[in-house]
Design a protein around this ligand. Structure first.
Ligand SMILES: [Zn+2]
Length: 302
C-alpha cells in the first residue's frame, strides 16, 4: 500500500509542494499545487474542515470505545481542552470515523487460522429516544478467528435471515479466500444452507469446501465457551452502558464497526499480548496514536 497524492479537482498526479498553510487546529499543513489545472489544495487527512484537533477528536473516540459515555467524554475533555465539544458532536465523531476507518480496514487481506467462529447477539434497539415508539429486535452477527483473535466480519442487522447471515459469511470468504476450513456456529438453522451456498461444493472431493461445525448448546451451559463468546462478553459489556441502542439501525451498525476497529487494531488482546491485526494482517502501524494513523490511511492509501 502506498500513499498517493492527487489533485483534489482534476485528479492529476502532476503536483508539486507549494508552501505550508497555517491552521488553527493542526498547525502547519503542507499545501500542493496541481501542474495541470493550477489548483492549490491540501490533502484531506480525514480532519479537513473539522473544528477540533485530531488529538481531541481521536481521544474522544478512544475514550468512547473504552467504555465512557458521550457525556462522560465531554466532561473529561472539558477539563483539558479550551472549547468544550457537545456530546452530540462527540457522538457524530464516533460515527464518522468508525465508518471512515472501516472502509479501509474491510479491504485488508487476512492471514488467519483454519477455523472461523460465527455467532450472533440479540439486541433490543429503541426506535427513537421517545419511549412510546417502542423497541425492535435486531441482531449483531460476527465472526472471530480463534487463532489470531481477529474479528473477521461483523454486521448489525434487522434480522438473522439467510440473506443477512450471507453478507457476513461472504465477507469472511472474500477476505480469507480458502484459508477457512471449519466454520463453527450455534444451532441456528440458517447457517447450514448459507455456508453451503457461499463456500460451494467440490466435485473432486465430493464434499463442501467448508465443514460446518454446528454446536448445539443447552440452556444451562449457556455458551460455547469459545473465543467468540469472550468477544461477545466484551461487546455486551460495552453496549450495556449505552443502555441499548436508540436511533437508526445505521448508527448502531457504525458504532459496532467502530468497536470492531477498536478490538482488532487499538486494544491489546490479553491472550496474545498484542493487537489481533498484528497476527492477521501485514499492516504496520508505527505511531502512538493509531486512530490518527488509521484515519490518514483510510484517506490516502489505495
Ligand atoms: Zn488539477
Amino acid at each position: 500500500m502506498a500513499e498517493r497524492i492527487i489533485c483534489s479537482k482534476c485528479e492529476s498526479e502532476k503536483i508539486k509542494k507549494d508552501g505550508k498553510r497555517k491552521t488553527e487546529n493542526k498547525g502547519l499543513i503542507q499545501r500542493y499545487k496541481c501542474l495541470d489545472c493550477r489548483t492549490r489544495f491540501v490533502v484531506d487527512d480525514g480532519f479537513f474542515r473539522m473544528r477540533n484537533s485530531p488529538l481531541k477528536i481521536t481521544q474522544a473516540v478512544d475514550l468512547y470505545f473504552r467504555g465512557a459515555s458521550t457525556r462522560g467524554v465531554q466532561g473529561h475533555q472539558g477539563m483539558f481542552f479550551p472549547h468544550n465539544a457537545s456530546n452530540v458532536s462527540i457522538y457524530a465523531w464516533v460515527l464518522k470515523y468508525s465508518k471512515m476507518i472501516s472502509k479501509f480496514t474491510n479491504k485488508l487481506k487476512l492471514k488467519v487460522g483454519f477455523e472461523a467462529q460465527v455467532d450472533e447477539i440479540e439486541f433490543h434497539r429503541r426506535k427513537s429516544s421517545k419511549a412510546k415508539l417502542g423497541t425492535e429486535k435486531n441482531f449483531f452477527i460476527d465472526s472471530v478467528c480463534p487463532q489470531t483473535k481477529f474479528m473477521l466480519s461483523s454486521e448489525y442487522m434487522r434480522t438473522r435471515s439467510c440473506r443477512d447471515i450471507k453478507a457476513v459469511i461472504q465477507r469472511i470468504k472474500d477476505r480469507t479466500d480458502t484459508q477457512i476450513k471449519i466454520m463453527t456456529t450455534d444451532g441456528w438453522n440458517a447457517y447450514t444452507n448459507t455456508l453451503k451456498k457461499v463456500y460451494g461444493y467440490n466435485n473432486k472431493t465430493g464434499k463442501y469446501n467448508v465443514v460446518h461445525n454446528r454446536v448445539v448448546v443447552s440452556e444451562e451451559q449457556g455458551n460455547f465457551n469459545h473465543p467468540i463468546e469472550r468477544l461477545h462478553n466484551s461487546v455486551r459489556a460495552r453496549t450495556k452502558v449505552m443502555r441499548g441502542f436508540h436511533g437508526s439501525i445505521n448508527s448502531a451498525n457504525a458504532i459496532l464497526k467502530g468497536y470492531e476497529i477498536f478490538y482488532n487494531f487499538i486494544n491489546k488482546h490479553q491472550a496474545i499480548g498484542k493487537c489481533p491485526y498484528e497476527l492477521a494482517t501485514d499492516l504496520k502501524l508505527t505511531q502512538n496514536n493509531k486512530w490518527i494513523e488509521l484515519i490518514k490511511l483510510s484517506k490516502t492509501s489505495f
